[in-house]
Design a binder for this molecule. Structure first.
Ligand code: TRP
Length: 454
């Protein structure tokens, strides 16, 4: 096997790679979105579909991303080009990397706005501003925040700076140090909150809300949601995991690591649900709708509970950490590319990217106030960014990656890179990647678009 030289640093160990990729995967998607859609879509049955999607689509594609990244030893753009050329195909496969960089910018811009809300709530909890607030006040609070351009701008800016400081430090001093401390902290916080919710008196209600096998609540639509979410939650389809894979030490198992990452991501989502719903039920609140659950319902719940101020603070700290370690992975592919293409150091690269991302975020946050009436295809800027990335760019990126790894990349190369000793496991992966994953993604992609555009 020819060994490529890399200009990048690599992770200190296989464990660091697993922590970093888990950090990317575990984010707002797990703590806010997953519990809510699980409850809405029939609990247990939905969880089962979601698990199948993670195993049959998510894991195989994640293995492909890590594999291409490690083989290419570069940013997704250049890795896709080189790995394609190595198999005798067009270097234009780098376009998949380009689309990923663009998707990363777009996701970052709205992710950073939501992370800004989290920081604002963290500060408010810390200051004791949310003690004993009622539902009406909580709604006013959240709506007031959305209408307040300056406050949104401040917290969005803080978040961009936090992320860029880590990016600036590079793979070892920045990313590795960040995940080494933040991920264990995240696990501890989650565990503490789980214990807290177990003592709320409504733990079993929360449990059955999430796990009761309610097959009649399961619709075609919820299958689509499960598949789409398994994609977003694993950070697939834009090269984030590919970039992280390119820093993975050679001769370490890709399959085993990816199973671990997928398992941890799923575990965090399930535990987050079990930490949140009992608290909601214990306070006779509605497990209801999206953004409201985290920013309206939960503050009310915490506000009424003993120690609620402290645990509310810890909760928003947990969400903030999760968002932070996820957002890093959204800019890493672009940073790596700038370093490769222009030989730039990490500092100028992160400054340039920071400015681009900050500006896009300003556009996204304006859609709640000054630009509320500005619509693209009927979407506000924020919704447009969310919709286009999650429903179009990520599925498309994932589809291309599966097709590339399954049909274009030479099989000897993937065999070599994955180094799976058991022939049956390799075959299972290969067949899933060639047939199951692309078909499933294509179907969800088309049905989703059809559904949304009606
Ligand atoms: N997985 C993260 C979450 O669940 C979000 C995320 C980070 C992401 N990097 C990504 C999603 C890359 C898609 C692609 O919140």
């Amino acid at each position: 096997m020819q060994e490529r030289k890399t200009i990048h640093e690599s992770w200190g160990s296989r464990w660091i790679f697993i922590l970093a990729a888990t950090g990317s995967a575990v984010g707002l998607g797990n703590i806010w979105k997953f519990p809510y859609i699980t409850g809405e879509n029939g609990g247990g049955a939905f969880v089962l579909v979601y698990l199948v999607c993670i195993l049959a689509v998510g894991i195989p594609i994640m293995m492909a991303e890590v594999m291409i990244g490690r083989r290419g030893q570069q940013s997704p753009i250049n890795a896709m080009r080189d790995v394609a050329e190595e198999s005798g195909h067009s270097g234009r496969w780098s376009l998949v990397g380009w689309m990923g960089v663009l998707a990363g910018f777009m996701i970052f811009s709205f992710y950073s706005v939501v992370a800004g809300w989290v920081l604002y709530y963290l500060a408010s909890m810390g200051a004791g501003d949310l003690v004993a607030i009622g539902s009406d006040t909580a709604v006013q609070r959240f709506e007031g925040l959305l209408a307040d351009f300056d406050t949104l701008l401040i917290w969005h800016t803080v978040f961009v700076v936090m992320v860029m400081l880590v990016i600036m430090g590079g793979v070892r001093k920045g990313l590795e140090n960040a995940v080494k401390f933040m991920m264990p902290a995240l696990f501890v916080l989650l565990f503490v909150l789980l214990i807290y919710s177990m003592q709320s008196g409504s733990f079993m209600r929360g449990w059955s809300f999430m796990f009761d096998f309610n097959i009649e609540k399961l619709t075609m639509q919820s299958v689509l949601i499960a598949l789409g979410h398994s994609f977003f939650t694993l950070s697939l389809g834009m090269g984030a995991i590919m970039a992280y894979g390119s820093y993975m030490p050679k001769h370490t198992s890709i399959g085993g690591s990816v199973l671990m990452i997928g398992g941890l991501d799923t575990l965090v989502a399930l535990v987050a649900g079990l930490a949140i719903f009992p608290i909601v039920f214990a306070n006779q609140l509605d497990p209801g709708a999206g953004p409201g659950l985290m920013f309206i319902t939960l503050p009310v719940a915490f506000g009424q509970m003993p120690g609620g101020q402290i645990f509310g603070f810890l909760f928003f700290m947990l969400v903030g950490l999760a968002a932070w370690t996820s957002a890093i992975s959204l800019v890493e592919p672009a940073t790596a590319w700038l370093t490769e293409r222009f030989g730039w150091h990490r500092i100028p690269s992160s400054l340039v990217l920071g400015v681009i991302i900050w500006l896009l975020g300003v556009a996204a946050l304006s859609s709640f106030n000054v630009l509320a009436d500005f619509k693209i295809f009927g979407f506000t800027i924020f919704d447009f960014l969310d919709f286009t990335t999650a429903n179009i760019m990520l599925p498309l990126g994932g589809l291309f990656i599966a097709v590339f790894a399954g049909w274009f990349m030479k099989q000897v190369h993937s065999r070599e890179e994955l180094a799976i000793s058991n022939a049956i496991w390799f075959k299972a992966w290969y067949i899933t990647l060639r047939y199951v994953a692309p078909v499933a993604v294509a179907v969800i992609f088309i049905l989703n678009l059809y559904e949304k555009l009606q």
